[in-house]
Ligand binder design. Sequence first.
Ligand SMILES: Cc1ncc(COP(=O)(O)O)c(C=O)c1O
Length: 473
Amino acid sequence: MSDEALFQRTSALALEYLARLHERPVARPVEFSALLERLGGTLPAAGMAAGEVIEQLVTAVEPGLVATPGPRYFGFVTGGALPVSVAADWLASAWDQNAFSFVISPAAAAVEEVVRIWLLELLGLPSQMSMGLVTGGTMANFTGLAAARHALLKSVGWDVEADGLFGAPALTVVTSDESHISIFAALQMLGLGRERVTRVATDAQGRMRADELSATLARINTPVLVCAQAGNVNTGAFDPLSEIVPLVRARLPHQPGWLHVDGAFGGWVAASEQYRALVTQLDQADSFSVDCHKWLNVPYDSGLVFVSDRAAHYAAMTLSAAYYVPSPDEVRDNHNWVPEASRRARCFALYAALRALGRHGVANIVEHCCHLARRFAERLAADPQVRILNDVVINQVLVRFVNGGNDREADDALTAEVMRRVQQDGTCWAGGTTWQGQHALRISVSNWSTTESDIERSAKAILACLHESKSQR
Ligand SMILES: Cc1ncc(COP(=O)(O)O)c(C=O)c1O
């Protein structure tokens, strides 16, 4: 088979998958060991023809593919790649560019710079902010917090990149009780300690309480890193940035503050006039992270960090070696802003999505998903055995199923049973969570292609699972 025939056949197989995406069961139960058996054994000594490899791969993994890019996948916070971004991503594979630096891919350097300028404008952030394009929200948080660590320790005369943390002056990290797990993952990787944080209490929706933060900051006499969030992974609620910013800014010069905002999905509301008020004063953040594979609906893996102190960001990430070919100052070398050196040029997919959507298109995705999330909540709440646990401020809905009495354990068990049935049924997929001690089905509407009829169909299927669960009890 020629290379051309291989690529044509492969694109036909990809198109077949995409064509069936809307109708295939969203997920099916499958045994890990069964998948290993279909794929594995020992690596044969002899190779296999390329066309055959692709056919076998497609057949072998089929039962393990989940329709996460489809319109009725509501698990985690999951976007489905826009066709234009998939097409650009195919080109990224064919071009096989290394997005490391200008000299090895001028195209990837220029595209990242254009994406930086576009996104700062779209999100209403200061135009001088630096940007790193990383693999997702976790690494975006890591990079933002690394820049914070640099700046705060530098302010007390310590060069953390050169000297590490051994014997370093103290700094204090403040999170909320509801900070995302990836913040703690970043802290553990940065040597700041995931347990060595001061946690601020949250309100019933999971928002950091500004009065508690104020009292906490008053007790701290070191430089301080405050981690706020725009979009709670369960409720979608936003920390009150307009109250948090002045508290962080009011620090004494020898006890400076850095505000990092984790906006993995919620950050995209900044693109919408209707929802922008939820992130008032986001432009005052020192660092801000946002995921593109979530609500922007581009292929994995794609996350961004923006940092207002470019020098701190650069110092925390840059490396040099004799064989590196540095570019002149006005030219972007992508590796200076991220933890990696060589990497895939995922900027092409991002550029394509932004160019195809324009400012209005990004806002439309946000507004459309929020509208559908409210519909979903209303539709489910019409059943007397359903409770919606959160204020549906954006795209997240927490659903609990109740028996009618006041038996928390029985309601937990019913909710778990409904979830099990929903996941087996395959009409849609949603995961579980525990919110303030209560088990809940967690729905995130984040896909550009979800329609009202997908919501109707999914709500019907969920309620059918509820009624089947009841009748079995
Ligand atoms: C608020 C928040 N931050 C960070 C992350 C981590 O993002 P990623 O899975 O892309 O690393 C998530 C993922 O859901 C999130 O909701």
